[in-house]
Ligand binder design. Structure first.
Ligand code: URP
Ligand code: ZN
Ligand code: ZN
Length: 499
């Protein structure tokens, strides 16, 4: 519990002498915080109830991780290793102060019950602020007409739909139905874009020939699997002029397709993740089943695709950098449901990354000169806030915003081992990496969450954040002339199509 503020002090907390970076500028100042909110930024501010000296340190907005799977049943029906306690503790130690996690509907679930269930579990356990995206697996009439509009109204202003996985996949007709409702009510649709039939056709032939080991996961997810589905998703979005956000972009061709669509004025946004900058498909070519620790969908590619993802972040094609933290233990509960006999088709898809997301990008991006600190802040916080309706409350150090602030020690050097992490996974695909720069003090709404390498808050002290409508970063162009009259004919409410 924070101490009551001193009667003569205007601030509960003053963070002094820091080098502050937002997405648009870097400057030196003090930050005055009252009741969890930044109330003043300036030079020589008066002391607060507590003073923190950030001299020599970098002071950044708390990270926002808008793609995390926590305490969730996956598309293959496997429960994640992290619950809302270990998942949010791990996030906080990595400099993240807000996560957006998935509340996953499976085919026979009703949406209100799904949300109630996830909300209760997160409320009891989360130590940082959180929101939800709805995973929609059954867009029936009740969902489309009633449940989805109510969900969006309640502050869950984004949803994720899948083009693959037997238990989650929607067909193109269903995707259009979902996009139309999202467009009408102002929600962001996140798309897992992979061609289901291409994957299963190749996978079946691999398995028939005895190619069962983890490295064949990447073979069965050829880069064309992602690029074809991405192209199709963009066409569906453009047909009815509704925004989409392609998540976990991995491949060179996919980055190019998205960039070209954006140049045409399509409302297409995109995300990528640490695994596509720092891992390669060949990492999964290990003895036994060890390679399963590196398998996610889409799979990481090669040096060229890593460069394409860096370029996409640099030129804004990829607006958000998230973890896609999908934590599965290396045992029968996760990666190895059939023990030593598990094939690449049976292991849980996904890699952990919630805690190392920011340190990896800080070290390889900012410290090595590939990204400016302002670009880092945009990719890790500010763009998430705008894309998912958290701005202006989160994503920037500014007066009126929540005091979600992380103090970085740029000189600290860390060698990655599973033991230094706080998730419940037991391994990390980044083991052995050398990292320069680390988030050493983490504040969420002015509460000190992490300091001196120790957690400072109670289980359940995070808050659900009801989000407003997304305000994407990239500006749209007019739809093609032949599609302009289209909206009226088929009863669409898209502004650009019903003019
Ligand atoms: O392999 C992955 N990415 N697993 C997590 C589920 C998803 O599709 O994001
Ligand atoms: Zn996905
Ligand atoms: Zn995911």
């Amino acid at each position: 519990m924070p101490a009551a503020s001193h009667p003569t002090s205007r601030f509960d907390l003053t963070i002094r002498n820091g080098r502050i970076s937002n997405a648009d500028q870097t400057f030196f100042a003090d930050i005055g915080i009252k009741d969890g909110v930044i109330v003043e930024i300036g030079e020589n501010l008066e002391s607060g109830e507590r003073d923190v000296d950030a001299a020599g340190k970098w002071v950044l907005p708390g990270g926002i991780d808008s793609h995390t799977h926590i305490e969730q049943l996956s598309g293959m029906g496997v429960m994640c290793a992290d619950d809302f306690y270990s998942g949010t503790v791990s996030a906080a130690f990595g400099g993240t102060t807000t996560i957006i996690s998935f509340a996953a509907q499976h085919r026979n679930d009703r949406i209100p019950a799904v949300l109630e269930d996830y909300s209760r579990r997160a409320r009891e356990k989360a130590v940082i602020d959180y929101g939800f995206h709805l995973i929609l697996a059954n867009p029936d009439e009740q969902a489309l007409q009633h449940e989805l509009p109510a969900v969006i109204e309640s502050g869950i202003t984004s949803l994720k739909v899948y083009m693959t996985y037997d238990k989650l996949k929607l067909d193109d007709y269903q995707l259009l139905d979902v996009l139309a409702v999202a467009g009408e009510h102002g929600a962001m649709v996140m798309l897992h874009a992979e061609n289901h039939d291409m994957i299963r056709w190749v996978a079946r032939r691999l398995l028939e020939r005895g190619h069962t080991s983890p490295k064949f996961h990447a073979v069965s997810h050829d880069p064309l699997v992602e690029s074809e589905a991405t192209h199709r998703a963009i066409a569906l979005s453009r047909l009815i002029d509704v925004p989409v956000l392609i998540v976990h972009v991995a491949g060179t061709e996919t980055v190019d397709i998205i960039r070209k669509a954006q140049q045409l004025g399509a409302q297409v946004y995109a995300e990528s993740c640490p695994q596509y900058l720092f891992l390669e498909a060949k990492d999964s070519d290990l003895a036994g089943l060890e390679g399963a620790k590196f398998c996610c969908s889409p799979p990481p590619g090669d040096k060229a695709s890593q460069e394409a993802v860096w370029a996409g972040f640099k030129d804004g094609t990829l607006a958000v950098y998230s973890s896609d933290h999908a934590p599965y233990r290396f045992d029968e509960s996760g990666k190895l449901p059939k023990g030593d006999a598990t094939t690449f088709k049976e292991m849980a898809n996904g890699v952990p990354g919630i805690e190392l997301r920011l340190p990896l990008l800080f070290s390889e991006g900012v410290m090595k000169g590939r990204l400016s600190i302002e670009e880092f802040v945009a990719l890790t916080a500010t763009n998430h806030a705008r894309m998912y309706g958290l701005a202006p409350r989160k994503g920037a150090i500014q007066v009126g915003a929540d005091a979600d602030i992380v103090i970085w020690d740029t000189q600290r050097r860390t060698t990655v081992h599973p033991e230094i992490l706080h998730d419940a996974v037991g391994y990390t695909p980044y083991e052995g990496r050398e990292i320069q720069g680390w988030p050493v003090e983490v504040y969420s709404r002015g509460r000190c969450v992490v300091k001196d390498n120790a957690l400072q808050v109670e289980r359940g002290s995070g808050q659900f954040i009801a989000r407003s409508r997304p305000d994407p970063v990239v500006k749209r162009a007019e739809p093609a002339p032949q599609r302009k009259a289209f909206g009226n004919f088929i009863g669409l409410k898209s502004a650009a199509l019903s003019k």
